[in-house]
Design a protein around this ligand. Structure first.
Ligand code: GLN
Length: 262
């Protein structure tokens, strides 16, 4: 009875980083997906906005950091320096989950070198750096999830081995040895259009270039993030399955569209 009771009153606290500044190409939709897929399982959800000058709450289970253009990245990069960046790293080191997309992802590495102006300092959560390339990398993306993540994922449920999304960036991100790619590019450019790597993973922190928003068409990834976040306080927690027939159709349609447009 204790187990069922514990699940009945579970709560997921989501920290939305810079919701007004870092929210392009529908990235806010990832918050809606995470909240709905939790509430559909009777898990209560609280979303806390974390804007410029506001602190990182160490009790947050899952952070989301969307994409943004260079102009917004300059403001956010400065805000993330010192204590705030350190607090975000500490939360991840303590097991918090983090999903970052494109411009947000870039600022979690060592630095982002835009076309014009000074390098923007990152916080060094990911062992990576980004430099603006000459051309924008735009289009539908399909990646194959990395084996390391696969093995962790697949203990729980059957799911596609792919992630789909849409990319639009000039930044080319290169990974160092202390973080792994989220996956291998099957269709699209990915991190830099050169090494067929896409995204970055460090503990339960994930970065990627997959806009869309990424989570509605990748319910398996959304559930993995939710489950990892709730396991921070309940290590044996197991997320119950949902009927994802529509999401699976959308995932397959995105793969077909990517094949026909690249
Ligand atoms: N300004 C960054 C780039 O162009 C990030 C853009 C984004 O978040 N889509 O690479």
């Amino acid at each position: 009875m204790g187990g069922i009771r514990a699940i009945k009153f579970m709560k997921l606290t989501i920290g939305h980083l810079y919701p007004k500044l870092m929210n392009i190409y529908g990235d806010r939709g990832n918050i809606i997906t995470l909240a709905n897929r939790s509430r559909w399982r009777e898990i209560s959800v609280e979303v806390k906005d974390i804007s410029l000058g506001e602190p990182i709450d160490p009790e947050i289970d899952l952070f989301f950091f969307g994409g943004g253009q260079d102009k917004e990245q300059i403001l956010v990069a400065s805000d993330l320096q010192e204590e705030k960046g350190r607090a975000l790293i500490e939360a991840v080191e303590n097991g918090a989950v983090l999903l970052s997309i494109c411009g947000g992802y870039q600022l979690l590495g060592q630095y982002y070198r835009p076309h014009l102006g000074e390098d923007l300092p990152g916080i060094g959560l990911f062992d990576s750096y980004t430099v603006a390339g000459e051309k924008r990398m735009i289009g539908n993306v399909v990646i194959e999830i990395s084996d390391s993540l696969q093995s962790d994922y697949s203990r729980h449920a059957e799911h596609p081995k792919t992630l789909v999304g849409f990319e639009n960036h000039s930044g080319k991100t290169y990974l160092g040895k202390n973080c792994q790619p989220l996956g291998r590019v099957v269709i699209g450019f990915g991190n830099n259009g050169e090494d067929r790597q896409e995204g970055a993973v460090y503990k339960n922190a994930f970065g990627c270039y997959l806009h869309g928003p990424v989570l509605p068409k990748n319910p398996h990834f959304a559930d993995y993030l939710i489950q990892q976040a709730l396991r921070r306080k309940n290590p044996d927690f197991q997320l119950s399955p949902l009927n994802d027939s529509l999401e699976t159709l959308a995932h397959q349609a995105a793969i077909s569209r990517a094949k026909s447009t690249r």
